[in-house]
Design a binder for this molecule. Structure first.
Ligand SMILES: *Cc1c(COP(=O)(O)O)cnc(C)c1O
Length: 400
């Protein structure tokens, strides 16, 4: 290998070094947990000097953060070329709602992908509606056609790619180009891909959102969210978030940083195992369709191949036949897959999903019931053997 140290660094190198500053770590590898509410000043002049709206990297009051939160926020900023700064939240949902509130005002319209995470839809139909913002849902495969939906009141477009439960990959660059031409702000829920698989801001996004609860934390034990803003979009995000009193705890942020350091190797393993299992499922007669962006059977697969640097561990599959009972027979038989919400941890999960329930703009038609899998860090051969037993139970239930 050549010794050019000026070439762009790889993902594993970037996640190891990002956000670590000697003045915060004091020689310790991980920035320790700095817990604080009160910060003591030297004198009145010092107290006056350290205030102001922008207290990033300046101890002011616990709610405005300490080096523990700044380490993770800065690391996430460094992973998104073109980013200005990152704000952390106590959950992914808090990140989605603060990002939307930083952009929208009463009378505005939000265009939201019909494949959005269901709690995001609840925020739109609940809080945003009461606040005087209307929401229109669009076909996740609309691409440049979004231009026809942008009206005088449209202020923001919320994308999620791949979509929750249905995994459609969106043409984010085309949507962002159309939005920019009309002065509309773009937001992307990038939780599935993370900045390691899809560099949102480079692809034109203004505000990119992560449920850090998933791959950043990576161990199913912390709730955390983030919004990373492109140049010029941070001040409004920060002011709105401060006004809402948003703060991620130092302990949770510390666990987020700790998880981030291994995210590149974890994602590589999630990706490889998930792809192997998705291909195995695609060959099975019990399976009508595999909704994995790296397979041609997933809507938007060509865009995935064009825009993404790789895959992740979450995907879905459609059973050829049967209903709730037969699907439950499959899932209940699995021993290595837990039955539970969320994903991105080291352990595999399986849940029944029914996306049609949430859709309003488009109704995707599936041959049978859907199962969503989170492929963890176990040996993929063991997971395949487990799924094989699950499919046998499904066949038995169909015949019964
Ligand atoms: C889980 C999830 C969220 C919400 O994150 P929480 O930390 O659980 O609040 C948002 N968007 C997507 C796509 C998610 O999967």
């Amino acid at each position: 290998m050549s010794g050019d140290r000026n070439r762009p660094m790889g993902d594993s190198t970037r996640v190891v070094g990002a956000g670590r500053r000697p003045e915060w770590t004091q020689g310790i590898v991980n920035t320790p947990v700095w817990r604080a509410s009160t910060i003591l000043y030297d004198n009145v002049a010092d107290l006056r000097a350290r205030g102001g709206p922008d207290t990033h990297h300046r101890l002011f009051y616990g709610r405005r953060g300490t080096p523990t939160q700044w380490t993770l926020a800065d690391a996430l900023t460094e992973l998104e070329p073109g980013a200005e700064a990152t704000f952390l939240y106590p959950s992914g949902v808090a990140a989605v709602s603060a990002a939307l509130l930083s952009v929208l005002s009463p009378g505005d319209e939000l265009l939201c992908t019909d494949s959005a995470y269901d709690p995001t839809r609840s925020f739109a139909s609940g809080f945003l509606k009461r606040f005087g913002v209307t929401t229109r849902y669009y076909d996740p495969l609309i691409g440049a056609g979004i231009a026809d939906l942008i009206g005088d009141k449209t202020r923001a477009i919320l994308m999620e790619s791949p979509g929750s439960l249905t995994f459609e990959v969106q043409d984010v660059p085309a949507i962002c180009t159309a939005a920019k031409a009309r002065g509309v702000t773009t937001l992307l829920d990038n939780t599935w891909a993370t900045p390691l698989r899809f560099r949102a801001i480079e692809h034109g996004v203004d505000l990119t959102i992560l449920a850090c609860t998933k791959y950043v934390v990576g161990h199913s034990d912390v709730m955390l969210g983030s919004v990373t803003a492109a140049e010029g979009h941070y001040a409004s995000l920060r002011d709105t978030s401060f006004q809402l009193g948003q703060v991620a705890s130092p302990d949770d942020s510390w666990l987020g940083s700790r998880g981030l350091r291994t995210m590149a190797v974890r994602l590589d393993r999630h990706e490889a195992s998930a792809l192997q299992i998705a291909r195995w499922l695609a060959e099975r007669p019990e399976v009508a369709q595999v909704l994995h962006p790296a397979l041609p059977s997933c809507p938007g697969h060509d865009i995935f191949m064009r825009d993404f640097a790789g895959g992740a561990g979450l995907f879905g599959f459609v059973l050829a036949d049967g209903g709730e009972r037969e699907r439950a027979a499959l899932i209940d038989t699995l021993r290595l897959f837990g039955i539970g919400y969320s994903w991105g941890g080291y352990e595999s999960l399986a849940i029944p999903v029914d996306p049609a329930r949430y859709r309003t703009a488009t109704k995707p038609v599936f041959a049978g019931p859907l199962v969503r899998l989170q492929i963890g860090l176990e040996d993929p051969a063991d997971l395949i053997a487990d799924l094989d037993a699950g499919l046998a139970a499904y066949r038995a239930a169909l015949g019964a």
